[in-house]
Design a protein around this ligand. Structure first.
Ligand code: HEC
Ligand code: HEC
Length: 399
């Protein structure tokens, strides 16, 4: 895998030599060519997804055609090419000045921008290193600009994440939808179970941190571009806020986004999970009781609505559109293997904060005990023997 990007665009002899260097462990990953620039965005912006239910998941290799079809289904998409050329050039110049190139990544501009970026660890040195590692480990899926359209990307479902939307699923901060550093650390260490996103747990933690920083950088760049293009395209409807000044608009958006990332980074972790073991280290009696209460909550219409989307505990769940305009299915919770981790605290955050980009709502009104009860139930769900008998009968009739 590491050698693939290396080989493209080089002569074979040179590639083999370079590969040997990589495999022998010295030399580090190769830098980007100095004259390489980020591509000008030309794929459709998904501004609103249809409320109608999709018939099934998309087909490999058809992403752009599928997004183009969303308008006919009641969604709203827009072509970046509809932005007047003069605005587009101004915006592209701003993006280049603010974010540099793949070989010389930076987040710069006013002092507010540089200070905020430094606090987030987005310094040119770290981004340059992170970019090289990203090129080796992430680019084939997430793409040069973080558009999720790397060479392997379109053949994978769910598609690799398009970072340019600025939306993340497995977050514990609950503000602006941005992940805390600990969330990204978990995603990179353990991967996302049941998807193509691999676990990078065997790489040194420092390398994972650099790649996470680079993903944040691509997201900042891409979301600034996305929001400004969307506003420029909305001008026709008289609802834009660009006022003939895309650079001022983009700069303001960037500040807002940096603040969201900063707030997520400074959010303290959630409450520690209650102990489920008794003094002798055996599973507590109270735990089964908690699982049973969790089951009741799961089924309680109007209180949680879990069972509405996760029909028959997810076995019969129906497809829906996510914020990227691709198709997602409420998890089959009897199958186990949660994307965002199966520690009680992972499930606590999934339930408390929801999975916003996938349409799973937050549950701010539940007490902590109720959220833990739900987490305990969901964790026990794949294992019939861990369920209290009455609940087992309801989930696994006949067992
Ligand atoms: C083989 C393809 C593949 C590779 C390689 C890959 N990813 Fe992913 N990644 C995915 C897929 C697929 C998803 C989306 C899964 C989903 O949404 O269900 C994803 C999602 C993510 C997310 C979003 C998590 C969230 O909370 O929403 C981040 C961040 C991420 N990847 C970072 C990386 C980084 C950094 C690397 C390199 C170290 C990397 N990925 C390598 C396929 C890949
Ligand atoms: C409006 C629909 C909806 C409702 C209501 C809903 N979910 Fe979900 N849920 C989803 C979708 C969609 C996914 C899949 C997200 C993905 O794979 O990207 C999901 C995924 C999950 C996951 C898997 C997380 C992971 O890491 O893979 C768990 C656990 C979960 N839901 C629990 C619940 C619980 C508990 C409730 C009630 C408190 C609930 N859900 C209510 C739509 C919903």
């Amino acid at each position: 895998m590491p050698g693939i990007e290396l080989i493209r665009g080089r002569s074979r002899g040179a590639a083999v030599a370079a590969l040997a260097v990589v495999l022998s462990g010295c030399g580090g990953p190769p830098p980007y060519p100095p004259d390489l620039t980020f591509p000008v965005r030309d794929d459709r912006l998904v501004l609103r997804v249809p409320t109608a239910q999709p018939g099934g998941t998309g087909e490999p290799g058809k992403l752009d055609a599928e997004l183009a079809g969303l308008d006919a289904l009641g969604g709203r998409t827009a072509e970046p090419s509809a932005v007047p050329a003069v605005h587009r050039q101004t915006l592209d110049r701003f993006l280049a000045e603010t974010f540099g190139t793949p070989a010389t990544p930076t987040v710069t501009g006013t002092e507010a921008v540089t200070t905020a970026a430094a606090k987030l660890g987005l310094t040119p040195e770290r981004l340059t290193e992170g970019g090289k590692l990203y090129r080796r480990h992430c680019l084939q899926c997430h793409g040069l600009s973080g558009d999720g359209r790397g060479p392997t990307g379109q053949w994978i479902y769910p598609h690799p994440r398009d970072f340019r939307r600025g939306a993340f699923k497995f977050v514990s901060a609950g503000d602006g939808g941005k992940p805390r550093p600990a969330d990204l650390a978990r995603t990179l260490r353990d991967g996302l179970k049941g998807t193509a996103m691999p676990a990078f747990g065997l790489l040194p933690e420092g390398q994972r941190e650099l790649m996470a920083a680079y993903a944040v950088y691509l997201s900042l760049r891409g979301q600034t571009e996305f929001l400004t293009l969307a506003a420029l395209l909305a001008e026709d409807d008289g609802e834009g806020g660009v006022d003939g000044d895309p650079v001022g608009f983009a700069r303001d958006r960037l500040i807002v986004l940096l603040r969201q990332w900063e707030r997520a980074a400074t959010t303290p972790p959630g409450p520690p999970p209650p102990s489920v073991l008794d003094d002798a280290g055996k599973q507590d009696e109270g735990h089964l009781e908690s699982v049973r209460r969790g089951y009741d909550l799961f089924m309680a219409k109007g209180v949680t609505d879990c069972a509405t989307c996760h029909e028959d505990f997810g076995r019969k769940a129906t497809y829906r559109y996510d914020v990227w305009g691709t198709v997602v299915r409420p998890a089959d919770l009897t199958a186990g293997g949660f994307k965002g981790g199966d520690r009680p605290e992972d499930l606590y955050h999934r339930i408390r904060g929801g999975i916003q980009p996938a349409g799973m709502p937050a549950h701010p009104g539940l007490t902590d005990t109720q959220v833990w009860d739900l987490a305990h139930f969901v964790r026990a769900l794949p294992y019939p023997r861990e369920l209290p008998p009455a609940v087992r009968g309801a989930v696994y009739p006949g067992k």
